[in-house]
Design a protein around this ligand. Structure first.
Ligand SMILES: [Zn+2]
Length: 321
């Protein structure tokens, strides 16, 4: 694909479709992400490597971009088969090493956010069941190389600069080859869809609802300033004009915030009611994504002082100021 970086598109059971696993032909021989934990994904990853002239056993390093299971699930199996090191940013380590417990806590956090924001209990239960059913597509892994924001990873032929860019998840990490002006962006920046600013339980035990979209937009501003000619995302095709794309994302989120402000100006509403007005009757599996979208934009309005949050018998209602 570019200077020794190859893409292997591994299938996932999720709406997003295939996930991009990147092979960096360098020393160490490196995989960026591994795909979800399934036999089909494992076979396609193995076949993809074979087509590129490598076997799974040759892999020396697996770099994890963030905690989501479509990227994480096979890391442990690849590391076991190959003896590869596993590298992940410091904030991701507790999640990666205690996957089941952490995923359970994430679900509980999500459940309380949903109930607080007016999603009916039967929808919340259904969504919890879906999440449980998907749990096995992830798996814990031992992180043998802990990365930090600002680190440099040295390879024989290149150096990758490590940057923490939270927002889509609390652990999003991007990897920048300054010399070649190439950026491995994972799900922080995707070309064909805007990244979901998923509301996720913050690392470190804080219980307050995090402002995921606010965090995400701040991260995106930092990425916009980077000198990059080619972005290799976690899903979909490479991106060549990241500044134009990021400006489109900023405009999209501004438009969406204004639309939500107009709805709230008609009268106080819960985030769930806003989501239904925006997207109609939402599939159960999309309820948390759309809630995260709405709350993210409501946060922008809250921070601008244009909306306030009221408590109506334990449910949050948003009202124009
Ligand atoms: Zn993903």
């Amino acid at each position: 694909m570019t200077d020794g970086i190859h893409r292997i598109q591994v299938p996932t059971p999720f709406a997003v479709g295939r996930v991009n696993v990147y092979l960096i032909e360098d020393e160490p021989l490196t995989l960026v992400d591994a795909g979800p934990n399934s036999a089909t994904s494992f076979n396609e990853l193995t076949n993809g490597l074979a087509e590129l002239g490598h076997s799974l056993e040759d892999i020396e390093l697996v770099i994890l971009t963030h905690q989501h299971i479509d990227h994480l699930g096979l890391v442990s199996l690849v590391a076991e088969r190959s003896g590869a090191d596993v590298a992940a940013i410091d904030v991701a380590v507790p999640f990666v090493e205690n996957y089941s417990e952490e995923a359970q806590k994430d679900d509980e956090f999500a459940r309380s956010v949903m109930l607080r924001n007016g999603i009916p209990p039967d929808v919340v239960s259904a969504l919890s069941a879906v999440s449980q059913a998907f749990r096995a597509w992830g798996a814990r892994a031992d992180v043998t190389r802990v990365l930090h924001d600002g680190d440099e990873m040295s390879f024989r032929d290149r150096t990758l600069h490590v940057h923490h860019r939270p927002g889509h998840s609390p652990t999003d990490t991007i990897f920048h080859d300054r010399e070649r002006r190439v950026l491995l962006s994972a799900d922080h920046l995707l070309g064909h869809i805007s990244s979901n600013p998923l509301i996720t339980r913050p690392p470190g035990g804080a219980t307050e609802r995090p402002q995921a979209l606010v965090t995400y937009l701040r991260s995106l501003e930092q990425t916009r300033e980077m000198d990059v000619d080619l972005v290799l995302p976690g899903h979909g095709d490479p991106i060549t004009d990241h500044r134009t794309l990021i400006d489109e994302r900023f405009a999209l989120h501004r438009r969406r915030a204004e639309k939500i402000h107009r709805l709230i100006s008609d009268g106080p509403r819960t985030a769930y009611e806003i989501a239904q007005e925006m997207w109609g009757n939402i599939a159960v599996t999309q309820a948390y994504l759309t809630l995260s979208e709405v709350l993210g934009h409501v946060d922008l309005l809250l921070n601008d002082g244009r909306v306030r949050e009221l408590d109506r018998d334990g449910t949050s209602v948003f009202e124009a100021v």
